[in-house]
Design a protein around this ligand. Structure first.
Ligand code: SF4
Ligand code: SF4
Length: 368
């Protein structure tokens, strides 16, 4: 009998020390130049990690590996010739889950290099329901290639998810995604917010106006358009609340699990910094290890790899900042992106900025 959705379940995904998330950027090189990309070779390196280094760094997490979600990303991770070997290594060590974030180009015959049982999710990125909108953000031809990649992956038995970074140029197409996701066989849909990550790297790149070898990402598009830094792609609080939760609910009605960041907290909602209460590692090929993705644009990483061991960095670093309590919520947001805040006449904040890792999840409920 065909499944019909009766009611969706909403929950805020609270932080947990019982689960570890390892976001492993194994290279920063990429074939695309997406406008919102947070990768900055000055901060993250431009090297491609050798497989011996990848496995040695994974070994540093041996004692917690069975509760670790490993996310391989880049740059474009399938450009790495040894990605399949890295996945198999993590699988053999019994990682709790393995995800590969990809732009869909699936280099090195990726779908034939790994077995669907080796990977929990292939997570594709698309930033529009139409090729016109997506390609204006991610580059010409990227929509068609990504959709072909999704279809090929699903037909081979891979579980596919999709990441959609909402901005002022694609916000109106979020509502068009539901039937497409169903048609393509997407199991999970992640909505991301633009600006709370990578904003500063983008501005810096634009200001420098100098081409970087292998740089990748937003820099080259800026060189082409010359206008990106002047355009504010971020949604306002009212736009976010009007567009994202209803679209998420609609997509969940199609039987797809949807996750999106809370972003804005009412002033009476409780705030927690994941840097204090969760176990997340954002690893870059230059050896930097951050606990907070919003810090990634700056050399304030709390940890780093040195001779294949994780060591703490000297003060002051992100770990010291996590401890500061302010009425606006996320302290790093206030430092690097104060334009996200608004104040009442008496000087108190109108709302708080949530930790960027605080998510709302909608799970479809089926009636057989
Ligand atoms: S955001 Fe775009 S340019 Fe940046 S790494 Fe991902 S696919 Fe490449
Ligand atoms: S985004 Fe803000 S609240 Fe979340 S870990 Fe970073 S500093 Fe803490």
């Amino acid at each position: 009998m065909q499944k019909t959705v009766r009611k969706n379940t909403q929950k805020t995904v609270s932080f947990s020390k019982d689960s570890t998330n390892i976001f492993f950027h194994i290279l920063t090189k990429c074939n695309l130049s997406c406008r919102h990309c947070y990768i900055d070779p000055d901060q993250h390196g431009s090297n491609t990690l050798k497989i011996e280094t990848i496995t040695a760094w994974l070994d540093r997490f041996s004692d917690i590996f069975t509760r670790a979600n490993i996310i391989f990303l880049g740059g474009e991770p399938t450009l790495h010739p040894d990605l399949a070997e890295a996945i198999k290594y993590a699988k053999a060590k019994n990682a709790k889950s393995i995800t590969v974030d990809t732009n869909g180009y699936l280099f090195h015959d990726f779908l034939n290099a790994v077995d669907p049982s080796d990977v929990d999710f292939l997570s594709f990125s698309l930033d529009g329901a139409t090729k016109e909108t997506n390609d204006a953000i991610r580059g010409k031809g990227s929509y068609e290639t990504c959709v072909q990649g999704i279809k090929a992956a699903v037909s081979k038995g891979f579980a596919a998810s999709l990441i959609y970074t909402v901005n002022s140029e694609n916000k109106d197409e979020l509502g068009l995604m539901a039937p497409l996701l169903s048609e393509w066989g997407i199991k999970r849909f992640f909505i991301q917010v633009i600006g709370l990550r990578g904003n500063s790297a983008r501005k810096k790149s634009a200001q420098k106006k100098s081409a970087r070898k292998n740089s990748v990402c937003e820099k080259s598009l800026y060189e082409k358009t010359g206008s990106f830094s002047e355009k504010n792609l971020q949604l306002t609080k009212d736009e976010w609340r009007a567009i994202v939760p209803p679209a998420a609910e609609n997509i969940a009605d199609h039987g797809i699990i949807v996750t999106y960041p809370k972003v804005f907290l009412d002033i009476d909602e409780s705030f927690e910094c994941a840097g204090n209460v969760a176990d997340n590692y954002f690893i870059f090929p230059n050896g930097r290890v951050y606990r907070c993705p919003v810090c990634e644009d700056y050399p304030i990483h709390g940890l780093m790899f040195s001779e294949n061991r994780i060591v703490e960095t000297p003060k002051i670093n992100e770990t010291d900042l996590f401890k500061l309590e302010i009425p606006e919520g996320c302290v790093i947001n206030k430092i690097v992106q104060p334009e996200n805040l608004a104040y009442k006449k008496d000087g108190t904040p109108e709302y708080r900025i949530a930790c960027c890792m605080l998510k709302q999840e909608i799970t479809p409920r089926f009636n057989e």
